[in-house]
Design a protein around this ligand. Structure first.
Ligand code: ADP
Ligand code: MG
Length: 711
């Protein structure tokens, strides 16, 4: 059918060279920015619009207020500097006045900005020698445009593409698609219910809107499509997993979980109770659980994990907990053993009808005869709960009947490892164990729905009562730094301990270690000369690292100088001080994780964030000073960094979210997720929604390609 409306798949098959004005040279330039097909072109959206009926004039500029003005270039010159930096200045103006623009290290501006060119300038006016100027503003060359609202496309200096060229090509592509129209794959009732405009109008309007309101409606529709595609993938994966795997329908009538909770020396928090209920509901169902538990440092995730594993043990199955490092596995082992010290397991083969619960540790360090015994006991079901590292998923480790798996600190494990542990499931019966993934890196709800959309999500959003909050202090001036060290010395004199975290050096492990060694030396000889100072870094063997940690725990060191290897999970309640050097080099999430190493005991803890006197990282450090709430900090982080980083680490739809924002589009995200469930549950393989299926495949193909071309 030649005249059927065009699908995105159709558009993805049309080479960009068929567009008027795109010859070989332009084609190469476009390829350089990732535009190879008409679909790529049509989804290259304007990054801004200039509303000519409502534009600001030079005369209206206010110091410190970011503004966009349309101006003409009066003159451009390059200013020689004695340093290696370059400087180009341009005078620009309109009928109401003129302003000077200054560009540092952008020598090409001298060529780009031709006298009399019409440009859009976006920046923050600052006062310099009594006059307003803008430093390094965003500049778009718009040429001679007559439309009321002018789209401004992302341009590429390198590829030498201008916004008006792109606008013309887009116009050409849309004109040629006009008679067939661009089809709408969204079921009409969903579209109407959500009051979304149709896709053909949306694509036309996003490029050439008549008003900013129209443009917003178009963006909403196209953003919804982006989110729906991602959700169709995730929800499809989730439903397929549920369909293809038989879980264990755990018996919830047993006593063990209740006895365990009753014997705890504290009442559960409301959040713990809620999450344990959510987990129990999953455990009772025949489909295997696949749930993510997000909970800030100290929110009490371990209790939830143990409660889940006990349900499995009660029914004659086993539980396993996998931690990312040996130190953490050992810590969990010690802690969980303590929690379970008096718990009995029902046992028919025993005179008393019950026996002591058995918890064992399995790491790479357990070898030889001990290991052989342990593996045999695991395989015959004599071990109830196994706690360990990757060693748990190695070849040769077999469980008699693995019923519940907990994976701690999710970001260190990949999807494959989750699957491997799941695969250790109750062998002959071919059932899949229930899986609970725990992470202490909170991400906002909307992001979780997108990044972990194939998992159910539970949140521990409440800390147990009685914690003494950590006092966080930003320090910059030499005097403040001196005071900080004397506070640390005083805490040590009172019998407390301190961490000193060294600057992160991303480019080189070696440099990072060298820096840590240097800081260790200088503190030992200087500020902390009277204390015992230990050193921990990533180039030590895990044996060496453990020795250092063990000594620190045993108070053989007062101070531990460390690289970020202490980031995850280490628990020394007597450590009440943390100094983070060059805090501006760390991300919010990392600072929050690091800070979580203190404040674990009853004594009030402090965290000093040492920052260079510059503008770098101010907002991040301030956010930490202001709040210890991981979810709040995650929101700030998303706000400051945008979704790019988050999405790319998760490798899901990284490039497909061009218009949708995980920060602002909460309503759309929820609507898209609901729509995806509705569509998939009625039509699991998308047989009746062939166009949607085609789009999902396009998305997956692109992800595959990105994944393969990565490093
Ligand atoms: P997380 O793993 O989430 O960082 P943990 O499970 O290690 O936190 O718990 C941190 C500390 O809080 C532990 O010492 C634990 O015994 C304690 N704890 C857990 N739940 C509660 C509660 N409801 N009330 C008081 N203390 C609790
Ligand atoms: Mg923990």
């Amino acid at each position: 059918m030649a005249d059927a409306p065009l699908t995105l798949k159709d558009l993805a098959k049309i080479d960009i060279a068929t567009i008027k004005g795109v010859g070989d040279k332009r084609r190469d330039a476009l390829a350089e920015v990732g535009v190879e097909t008409v679909l790529d072109l049509l989804t290259t959206y304007p990054r801004r619009y200039v509303d000519r009926t409502n534009e600001a004039h030079i005369g209206d500029l206010v110091e410190g207020v970011e503004t966009l003005v349309l101006v003409k270039v009066r003159n451009v010159r390059r200013v020689p500097l004695r340093t290696r930096r370059s400087m180009v200045t341009a005078m620009v103006g309109d009928a109401t006045g003129s302003i000077s623009l200054t560009f540092f290290n952008q020598p090409w501006r001298e060529r780009q900005l031709k006298t009399d060119a019409e440009i859009a300038v976006f920046g923050k006016p600052e006062r310099f020698r009594g006059k307003l100027q803008m430093v390094n503003p965003v500049v778009d060359i718009i040429g001679d445009k007559t439309g009321r609202i002018v789209p401004i496309y992302p341009q590429s200096e390198k590829a030498n593409l201008s916004t008006w060229e792109i606008a013309n090509w887009v116009r050409n592509a849309l004109d040629r698609a006009a008679h067939r129209t661009i089809g709408d794959p969204l079921p009409a009732e969903i579209r109407e219910r959500l009051s979304l405009i149709d896709r053909h109008s949306a694509l036309n309007t996003i490029h050439f809107p008549d008003s900013i309101v129209d443009k917003e409606r178009a963006r909403e529709r196209l953003a919804f499509d982006e989110l729906l595609r991602v959700q169709l993938v995730l929800v499809g994966r989730k439903r397929a997993f549920e369909r293809d795997n038989t879980g264990i329908r755990h018996d919830m009538t047993g006593e063990m979980q209740r006895r365990f909770i009753g014997a705890l020396p504290f009442p559960l928090t409301g959040a713990q109770r809620r999450v344990i209920d959510e987990v129990n509901d999953d455990l009772a169902k025949p489909a295997p659980m696949h749930r993510l538990l997000q909970g800030d440092v100290g929110s009490g995730k371990t209790v939830v994990a143990v409660a889940a594993m006990l349900v499995a043990v009660q029914g004659g199955h086993q539980g396993a907990l996998m931690a990312p490092t040996e130190v953490l596995a050992e810590q969990h082992y010690a802690g969980i053993q303590r929690l379970l010290a008096d718990l009995k397991v029902p046992d028919d083969g025993n005179l008393f009808g019950e026996r002591q619960l058995r918890v064992e540790l399995l790491t790479g360090r357990i070898t030889g005869e001990r290991r052989r015994e342990l593996l045999a006991d695991l395989a015959r079901g004599a071990v109830d709960i196994a706690i360990g590292t990757h060693a748990l998923i190695q070849e040769g480790v077999e469980f008699a009947s693995l019923g519940a798996v907990v994976i701690d600190e999710q970001h260190r494990f990949g999807v494959e490892q989750r699957a491997a542990l799941r695969g250790k499931g109750a062998g002959e019966r071919h059932t899949t164990p229930d899986v609970l993934v725990m992470t202490a890196t909170p991400i906002p709800r909307t992001a979780a729905m997108t990044v972990y959309g194939d998992l159910e999500v539970s949140v521990l959003d409440e800390l147990p009562p009685g914690r003494t909050p950590i006092d966080t202090i930003a320090v910059t001036a030499p005097l403040e730094i001196e005071n900080m060290w004397s506070d640390v010395r005083r805490a040590i004199a009172d019998g407390q301990q301190a961490y000193v975290v060294c600057p992160m050096i991303e480019e080189s492990d070696k440099l990072e270690v060298a820096a840590a060694e240097e800081i260790h030396e200088s503190l030992r000889k200087g500020e902390l000369a009277k204390s015992k100072v230990g050193l921990l870094h990533g180039r030590m063997s895990s044996q060496e690292k453990d020795d250092v940690m063990t000594k620190f725990r045993a108070r053989k060191f007062d101070v531990l100088v460390s690289t970020t290897v202490i980031e995850v999970g280490v628990d020394v309640p007597n450590a009440t001080c943390m100094v983070i050097l060059d805090a501006d080099r760390f991300g919010i999430a990392q600072l929050h994780q690091l800070r979580g190493r203190v404040g674990r005991g009853s004594i009030a803890s402090r965290c000093w964030l040492v920052r260079k006197n510059s503008n770098v990282g101010v907002e991040r450090v301030e956010a930490l000073v202001k709040s210890t709430d991981g979810f709040y900090l995650a929101e700030v982080d998303l706000e400051l960094r945008g979704e790019g980083t988050l999405m790319s680490t998760a490798q899901k739809g990284a490039s497909d979210l061009k218009l949708a924002s995980l920060r602002r589009d909460e309503t759309l995200i929820k609507a898209a997720r609901e729509a995806a469930f509705e569509i998939i549950d009625a039509d699991p393989t998308l047989k009746r929604h062939r166009d949607l299926a085609g789009e999902v495949n396009l998305l997956l193909a692109r992800e595959e390609k990105e994944f393969l071309t990565k490093d």
